[in-house]
Every structure is written in C-alpha cells, then in structure tokens.
Design a protein around this ligand. Structure first.
Ligand code: AG3
Length: 275
C-alpha cells in the first residue's frame, strides 16, 4: 500500500498523503524537483521539492482564500502583481474580478508553468487573457527594480523554508510596500499553523515592521497540513475586516465565504497569543 501513495512529511513526522494511481512526470528543474501524480480521488497532484502544491480537485480551497479576501477588501483593485503561482490558479482567480485591468505574474521556474499547461488545466484560460502578463524571473529582483505600482500584491510561493525564504524577509516586504499604491494590500501564504508556527511568527513580526497594519487568518486547505495561515499587509487606509459583498456575488465562490468574512480570523488561542 505504501508504494501507491505520495506522502508529504512535515516536521515531527506529521504526514499528509494521497493514494496515487501513477506518477505521470518527474524532473529536476533549474530550481527544484518537480513531480506530478494521478491520485485516486483528487485528480492530479503537483509536488515541488517533496511538498504538495495542489491537487486538481480541491485547489480552490487554497486559491480562493489567497485571492478573494484581499481583492474584495480593496475598494478598486485594478493592477495586481502575483509572485510565484506558476500553475496559474492564482492568476485565474484574480482575473475573475472585473475591476482588474492588468495582472502580472512573476514565476521563477518556467518548468512549473509548462508542466501545468501540458498536464493540468488549473489556469482555465487565464494565461491567454489579454489582461495577463507572465514574466519568468525572480520576484525578489522584479520588486527591487520595477517602476510599476500595484493595488494588490499576492505571493503564492513555496514554504518559508528553502528557496522561497527570501520572500519572507523584511527587505522583501519593504520592496513590496514601496511597490504598492498609496492604498494597497499584500498577501502571502505563510505555512501550516501547527507545523510552521515559528515561520508564521517570524514573517508576522517582519511584516509588522513594514506595513501600516498586519492581519493574519487561517483556512483549511485540501492537501496541506491544515489549518493553513495567510498574512495580509495593509498600506494606507483599507479595512481588511470588511469586504464588498456586491462584487462577491458574481464570483460563485465555493470555499471562501465573504458573507462570513469574520470566520477567516479564527486562530488557535495559543497561536493568537504568540502573534
Ligand atoms: N503554493 C504552495 C503553498 C505551500 C504548500 N506547502 C506545503 N505543502 N508544505 C501553492 C501553489 C498553488 N498555486
């Protein structure tokens, strides 16, 4: 039975696993080890450096809370920057907002984009949307050098350990802050609440040093060691506690419930007290 399963091992021997029918693809890219499986009950499974990125059936449980709370809290998000997110799921959700005029995605690993395009249909046309621009490059460098400004910046990266560690540094948060318009929102996934608590606390403290206000929330994500955490940085005057329910209506959301926006902020008591 064990050979027919993929298990992601978290610290302390905590595992999240899927029964798999076959391994469809495996390669070492320039940046990471990429694997793709066909699972028994959740469609295809994309794995980077041994960590689950998504399962086709259920990926919205990650992409919806990553994208829509900030997009609906911002009064008029027109220009959006995505760092990472090579599979296209984040871009897809961003482009569902009619206010968006331009969405730039900066993904370091072209192979993730290519394999996702060939084997999965997570993007569902997002890459072909005229409002979308895909840049293959380093998000850290991009933020340091760009003259463009954005209303919303979304970081859809791998974990705050390893190659993506830089994306959780104070320097990176500072360049993101500079790249936001006067009123802007920043969001990053920030790891498993129970198993990456220290990484979450570190990122929260660094963001506090940079943004005008910082919020945390959690969501149960299919395929990850849930609850999963997210950190939101506010620049200027935006109330992240309130979302535009009118705009939310047209989105047909499945997991994130804007009418119960306040339930996002649930956090185990001991973690809240550490934050
Ligand atoms: N981005 C990866 C989130 C982190 C998952 N971590 C883990 N399983 N240890 C998701 C990519 C989907 N667009």
């Amino acid at each position: 039975e064990r050979e027919n399963a993929f298990i992601e091992w978290y610290p302390r021997g905590y595992g999240v696993g899927f029964k798999v029918k076959e391994r469809l693809f495996e390669t070492q890219t320039k940046y990471q080890r990429l694997e793709l499986y066909e699972t028994e009950g959740f469609g295809k499974l994309l794995v980077l450096d041994g960590t689950v990125q998504l399962v086709e059936i259920g990926e919205e449980s990650y992409h919806e809370p990553l994208v829509h709370p900030v997009m609906l809290a911002h009064p008029n998000p027109r220009r959006v920057l995505i760092i990472g997110g090579g599979d296209g799921g984040t871009l897809r959700e961003v482009l569902r907002h009619k206010t968006v005029e331009k969405a730039i995605m900066v993904e370091i690993d072209e192979m993730v984009i290519e394999v996702s395009k060939i084997y999965m249909n997570v993007a569902r046309g997002a890459f072909e949307d005229p409002r979308a621009e895909v840049i293959v490059g380093d998000g850290v460098e991009y933020l340091k050098n760009t003259d463009e400004k954005f209303d919303v910046i979304i970081v859809d990266s791998t974990d705050p350990v390893g190659p993506a560690k830089m994306l959780f540094s104070e320097g990176f948060f500072r360049s993101a802050y500079e790249t936001l318009n006067d009123n802007g929102l920043y969001i990053t996934q920030s790891g498993s609440v129970y198993l990456f608590t220290n990484e979450l606390l570190d990122a929260y403290q660094s963001m506090k040093n940079v943004f005008d206000e910082v919020h945390y929330f959690s969501f149960p994500v299919i395929g990850y060691a849930s609850p999963w955490s997210f950190l939101v940085g506010v620049k200027g005057d935006i109330d992240f506690g309130k979302v535009d329910l009118e705009r939310a209506k047209g989105l047909g959301l499945y997991y994130y419930d804007p009418e119960r926006h306040e339930t996002l902020f649930q956090m185990p008591r001991y973690v809240r007290e550490l934050l």
